[in-house]
Design a protein around this ligand. Structure first.
Ligand SMILES: Cc1cc2nc3c(=O)[nH]c(=O)nc-3n(C[C@H](O)[C@H](O)[C@H](O)COP(=O)(O)O)c2cc1C
Length: 198
């Protein structure tokens, strides 16, 4: 589940929440899953991966990850991302474009301290996306990490990312490909609404 705190009352956020509620009612699995596409201006390469969207605070979408992972390297080199959600239960795709930034150390620490320590042990022990000799080695590192005394202390290399979209596209699948596409784009500090052809 995504937690909403003081959600923005701007039009695209209202639409987002309505669709989220519908999707919850339709028992959408992995409702928090969001694909984040990034670009590395160093490698000149596009990349993408799913993460779990944990919070929408006001107008900020927040997920958590390793700050030294390939995605983080991409964000350092090029801070613009595209994010995609697909809720199959209601046949809705939501596309967002935004600039991404880290959440504060204080925010990360508060969140980490509340998390399951078993999950924290993994976040601490994993050098995300680096190769390792075997799966057994991962399990061993994890077991060693579980014995640490400071499992509520957020490491420097782990924390949140926050993005505030300047573009939303809500795609609604219909029969005969008569799909409905509503766009909200932030221009001169105002949301401009438009409709795209299928
Ligand atoms: C449904 C789903 C949710 C995921 N959630 C997260 C997450 O919240 N944070 C994260 O770092 N990785 C998450 N992952 C793993 C990422 O997709 C990815 O493998 C990992 O972050 C490494 O990505 P990178 O090498 O591009 O940095 C999730 C994977 C799936 C399939």
């Amino acid at each position: 589940m995504i937690k909403f705190n003081n959600l923005s009352t701007d039009a695209p956020y209202v639409v987002f929440k309505e669709l989220y509620n519908e999707s919850m009612k339709a028992s959408q699995k992995n409702i928090e899953a969001i694909c984040i596409a990034s670009y590395s201006s160093d490698n000149k390469e596009v990349n993408a991966r799913f993460v779990n969207l944990k919070f929408i605070n006001d107008n900020k979408f927040i997920f958590f990850s390793n700050y030294e992972s390939p995605k983080s390297q991409d964000f350092y080199s090029h801070n613009q991302i595209t994010a995609l959600i697909y809720w199959s239960s209601i046949n809705i795709q939501i596309k967002m474009k935004a600039h991404i930034m880290k959440t504060s150390k204080e925010f990360n620490q508060v969140y980490f301290a509340k998390r399951d320590e078993k999950k924290n042990a993994l976040a601490i022990s994993s050098v995300q996306s680096k190769t390792i000799e075997s799966y057994e080695a991962i399990q061993k590192n994890y077991e060693l990490s579980l014995k640490k005394s400071n499992l509520t202390e957020c490491p420097e290399y782990w924390g949140g990312y926050s993005f505030t979209p300047y573009y939303f596209e809500f795609w609604e699948g219909h029969d005969l490909r008569l799909n409905k596409r509503d766009v909200y784009e932030m221009k001169s500090n105002e949301w401009k609404h438009g409709i795209l052809q299928p």
